[in-house]
Ligand binder design. Structure first.
Ligand code: TYD
Ligand code: MG
Length: 458
């Protein structure tokens, strides 16, 4: 007998409760419970009967660990080097990969591009766009692939039936929020639909060995059901991010069962699709020949990659009573802290000035090593003294104005050296195991912000 039952599910962690509660008892999130209709086909008693009567002759058997053949994981290597790196060397057979990101960031473009360029049979399922729209997009990207099949369907069972007969090498689902499973009564995009569809796709991937990539939308506050919940189900979670007003996009790994989560890929959105940026530093440095005050270059790390990024500061006399602080690509509270350190330790009157800070390229940086470069940019703008364009910085600034050591200093120096910088300022506590003779770049060490000031601006 079919029984309709309503339960409340937490959109953050997936816990459920028979009645609505304001604060989730499992994850502590407020106001995250939503009503869901679930259709129950079997009662507990029926379930018990099923497992008692199930013959376990066929299907997977328990197997002793040493007897399992290690095998070599088959990876589908795409022509997109950035994506390969982010996934740890290609798409693992039978894996379920989630790509999350805000609407309009370029998830569909990225995936269609993969579908059009991978030399394999691809099934591209879209519940969002019509065939004509996909055709138009593929014409725009301009890499026709005769073995890319497009299916506009939202019913999971039908999709999997098509996949079964087509036997592609990769399935792309755009997006999980549009799918609906015929076994469940609630609307597409609801928590139980998303969870059920993802579960079905996972079973399909594991049984057939065909990897499935699913696209999932996340709004600014992460409100839409799904991606958070899906993170537990899938093998890898990639996040596609960037500022829509800029052309750069970053693909990050949040979770990866088959590789490191420190990797990231950089793309540039162009009129004919996304272009891989294999040499980010060269693009993120402004091409300015003359030295302007207020800008400084930092040797930062984004995941495993060293990247030289320019930060620009503008310090002007405050017009209103309360000075303004604006930061793009950098944490505003961290900026306030750096300003407080400069004011307290060196007596700079930042309290009477408006401060604007901008990281080039719309990139968000949370590497603490950018601190030193930001401090240099702030002082440079305040004093109106420019920093030579062949100087860069790498160091964290502590509350008492001390310059702290940062990780992978060797790689940072190497990258700065490679890009032709002449001087790099690092923390004096960062010199362990460092051989200055290995580089052409001059390494200066500083212990406090005062020393930085004396070395650069006096
Ligand atoms: P889209 O992939 O549709 O985003 P998502 O699937 O994440 O919602 O792409 C969104 C934007 O990308 C859209 O505003 C147009 C732009 N775009 C380009 O700039 N160049 C291109 O070649 C394509 C296909 C899209
Ligand atoms: Mg899309």
């Amino acid at each position: 007998m079919t029984k309709v039952k309503k339960i409340f599910i937490c959109s953050n962690c997936g816990a459920n409760s028979p009645k609505w509660i304001g604060k989730c008892t499992s994850c502590g999130e407020w106001n995250s419970y939503h009503e869901e209709v679930i259709v129950k086909n079997t009662t507990q008693e029926e379930k018990r009967k099923t497992w008692k009567n199930t013959a376990y002759g066929n299907g997977p058997q328990p197997i002793a660990l040493p007897e399992i053949k290690a095998g070599n994981t088959q990876r589908l290597v795409t022509p997109d080097q950035e994506l390969n790196r982010v996934l740890g060397g290609g798409i693992v057979g039978g894996s379920l990969i989630l790509i999350g990101g805000q609407p309009g960031i370029g998830k569909s473009t990225l995936m269609l591009q993969v579908a059009l360029t991978v030399p394999a049979k691809i099934l591209y399922v879209s519940g969002e766009e019509s065939e004509e729209q996909i055709k138009m997009r593929s014409d725009r990207i301009g890499k026709p692939n005769s073995s890319c099949f497009v299916l506009t369907e939202t019913n999971t069972s039908k999709i999997l039936a098509h996949a079964q007969s087509l036997r592609p090498d990769l399935i792309v689902i755009d997006s999980i929020q549009t799918l609906s499973s015929p076994h469940i009564d609630s609307t597409p995009g609801s928590i139980s639909q998303v969870r059920d569809c993802a579960g079905e796709l996972q079973r399909f991937a594991k049984e057939t060995g065909i990897p499935v990539i699913i696209i999932g939308h996340i709004t600014k506050d992460g409100a839409i059901a799904g991606p958070k919940l899906l993170e537990h189900i899938v093998d890898a979670v990639l996040q596609f991010e960037g500022d829509r007003n800029y052309t750069y996009r970053i693909l990050r790994t949040i979770k990866n069962r088959f590789g490191s989560t420190d990797e990231m890929g950089i793309y540039e959105m162009q009129s004919n699709g996304l272009r891989e940026v294999s040499n980010p530093s060269e693009l993120l440095l402004s091409q300015n020949e003359e030295n302007l005050s207020g800008s400084a270059v930092s040797a930062t790390m984004e995941g495993m990659r060293p990247m030289l990024i320019e930060s620009q500061a503008l310090v002007t006399t405050a017009v209103y009573g309360t000075p303004q602080r604006t930061a793009t690509g950098f944490d505003l509270r961290r900026l306030s802290m750096l300003l407080a350190v400069l004011e307290k330790r060196m007596g700079f009157p930042f309290g009477q000035n408006d401060v604007f800070l901008n990281i080039a390229g719309g990139i968000k940086v949370d590497d603490p090593a950018i601190d030193l470069g930001i401090v240099a940019a702030l002082i440079s703008s305040l004093e109106d003294i420019s920093i030579p364009s062949d100087v860069c910085f790498a160091g964290e600034v502590g509350l008492s104005g001390e310059i702290r050591a940062v990780n992978r200093i060797d790689q940072r120096i190497q990258e700065a050296d490679r890009l032709g910088f002449k001087q790099i300022f690092i923390s004096k506590y960062n010199t362990k195991g460092l051989d200055p003779k290995r580089y052409n770049i001059d390494i200066f060490t500083v212990g406090k912000v005062e020393e930085l000031y004396r070395a650069v601006f006096e």
